[in-house]
Design a protein around this ligand. Sequence first.
Ligand code: AMP
Length: 283
Amino acid sequence: MIVCKNRIELNTVFQEYRLQKKKIGFVPTMGALHQGHISLVQKSVEETDATFVSIFVNPIQFNNPLDLQAYPRTIEADLALLEQAKCDVVFIPEVIDMYPEGSDIKESYNFGDLEHVMEGKFRPGHFNGVAVVVKRLFELIPADIAYFGLKDFQQVAVIKALVKKLAIPIKIQACTTIRESDGLAMSSRNTRLNSEERKQAVEISKALFASKNIAYKKSVDEVKKFVIDTINNVPLLSVEYFEIVQELTLQPISDWAKYDVAVGCIAVNIGNVRLIDNILFTK
Ligand code: AMP
């Protein structure tokens, strides 16, 4: 596995792979890797000839400076996991590599209604930060396929909108959410939960799974109330939002009738940690 620590090293390596006409897969990450990330790497290894992974904690997508400061960084363990997963190239840039202009980043994208709901509404500037870094990473690693997790459902929609808007010729492959054995969606932020918080966090996925049984039987509002009340009744959990949205536009729906498929998206605060998850509803 080759480790590139700046864009010059990366460019040399990328060109070598391209000259060999290899089909290239790319998995952007912020590190603190777990099986969720590794599932994306494995998919890329299966589907392409060479897998590139980036590890970069992107400061401009954090709207909360404490969250950025507390974000777990486990580079040695990450490299061991990537090596084991047969990743070919890891790119670990410094902030200056991604943002040579410093903190005054002028680039801005408009994703319309997509960015006014849920994560876009509660984390102002978050998706612009994601779009800026992903566009720059795609310029540095113009892969054939890029892999993203559906755990960040709205992020996948924003990235698809970005590549469409800028006509970036990279296929976006969305991959299923990997969960712990009790159902909690894997997340780098899970390591920040203490043992009591971790115990109670499982109630998020439990409520989502239970809501699947009443979707399309009870009204949208009743299902929303069920999920919000169930989770808010757990002492350490506090729901920031739970929305049931149309799967492509991500706009909230008010009744099931017109939609064979919908997605329930949630953000929950547990102490200082904020977790997101989602569930697919089908008729
Ligand atoms: P992050 O390091 O949190 O930026 O995540 C990097 C990529 O891994 C994103 O595309 C995430 O959606 C994806 N990812 C994170 N957690 C999971 C999970 N539990 N299952 C599948 N993919 C995930």
